[in-house]
Design a protein around this ligand. Structure first.
Ligand code: HEC
Ligand code: HEC
Ligand code: HEC
Ligand code: HEC
Length: 232
């Protein structure tokens, strides 16, 4: 009896660990950015039968956003940017570039399943209209579908004043407490924009790879991610 329950425990533990692992893979399919998976996890998002389609389309893409073959509209939100008297570098007065790609889901203004092009093989009833805000308040209450994983902070809204600065020109000449950039990169972190000098959401996050959660381009143990840029 004891052996049996130990075995059952192992099975339950394995199911829990593999359920959690499925969220933290290094492929889009095994991350929360697999919106098909979201449907099976209890998030009411329309299933278009594909994974990339929630963000990319092969044709007629939105070219106003700095993300390749983008399949989502540009959010029209006006963002409140970070501000501080000790900021030395130049910040845009609203979010720009690839950050708008992230915010097209993460500010909650556009439904997760509201796409420019749906696959021609798809024959369903269309978008459910679920936004990331709905998810923050409804999908993750009670028993968490992802096995106790806390997604509370995924809805950023349009007030970015309490978030790390984005759409800011990385310019160590204006503050010596920063490390140099080289060819649009600071170590493994890419800068964006026409001049390849903008810090945006995708500088710190890789939307395809959640093996260093949450979608980080670099592990932040001992603040290694922060210290890639800050020389402090
Ligand atoms: C949740 C949104 C999202 C999903 C889903 C997604 N991508 Fe992306 N992808 C992005 C964003 C944002 C960028 C631009 C940022 C960057 O360059 O990393 C990007 C960039 C890319 C790039 C160019 C940069 C690079 O990393 O090579 C390719 C290629 C790409 N995606 C392919 C795919 C494919 C294939 C899939 C499906 C398996 C996919 N993406 C799923 C958001 C997504
Ligand atoms: C198609 C919509 C969509 C786009 C575009 C998108 N995300 Fe997400 N993201 C989601 C959803 C849905 C979740 C899971 C939210 C939840 O369960 O509350 C998520 C979760 C996350 C998480 C938390 C992951 C974890 O394991 O805790 C991070 C970080 C994140 N996204 C960053 C980004 C960044 C940065 C971009 C742009 C480069 C981006 N996302 C683009 C839909 C999107
Ligand atoms: C300077 C680096 C940096 C930038 C720029 C940045 N992030 Fe993050 N982000 C982080 C780190 C580090 C964490 C993990 C924080 C933690 O572990 O508590 C994080 C966490 C998150 C989470 C998960 C919150 C949660 O509680 O689940 C989301 C979603 C997210 N970021 C989205 C974004 C979006 C969207 C942008 C652009 C508007 C952005 N990030 C810009 C470094 C950054
Ligand atoms: C990609 C480079 C980069 C990374 C990574 C990064 N930062 Fe920053 N950070 C900046 C830039 C650029 C500024 C704006 C500095 C300025 O204008 O003086 C900034 C500003 C800040 C500020 C506000 C300073 C002020 O004067 O108001 C704080 C605090 C901060 N970062 C902390 C962090 C922390 C903590 C992390 C890690 C979680 C981090 N940063 C990761 C580039 C980065």
């Amino acid at each position: 009896m004891r052996k049996l329950s130990a075995a059952l425990c192992m099975v339950a533990l394995f199911a829990f660990v593999s359920g959690a692992m499925a969220q933290f893979g290094n492929k889009v399919a095994d991350t929360p950015h697999n919106l098909r998976k979201a449907t099976t996890d209890g998030m009411p998002v329309e299933d278009y039968g594909e994974i990339c389609v929630y963000c990319h389309t092969p044709h007629s893409a939105n070219t106003n956003i700095e993300a390749p073959l983008w399949n989502r509209e540009t959010p029209v939100s006006q963002y409140t940017m970070y501000s501080s008297p000790t900021i030395d570098m130049t910040m845009a007065n609203s979010a720009q570039g690839v950050s708008l790609a992230c915010l097209s889901c993460h500010d909650g203004s556009i439904a997760l399943d509201q796409l420019i092009n749906v696959p021609s093989a798809y024959s369903g009833t269309g978008p459910s209209g679920t936004t990331i805000e709905t998810c923050a308040t409804q999908c993750h209450t009670g028993s968490n579908p992802a096995g106790g994983i806390n997604f509370e902070g995924t809805f950023l809204g349009t007030d970015l004043s309490n978030d790390h600065p984005i759409s800011i020109t990385y310019d160590p000449t204006k503050d010596p407490k920063f490390k140099p950039a080289s060819n649009g990169m600071i170590d493994v972190l890419p800068l964006y924009g026409a001049g390849k000098d903008q810090v945006e959401c995708a500088t710190c996050h890789n939307p395809h790879d959640n093996s260093t959660r949450p979608f980080l381009r670099k592990d932040n143990t001992n603040s290694a991610l922060c210290l890639t840029c800050h020389d402090i």
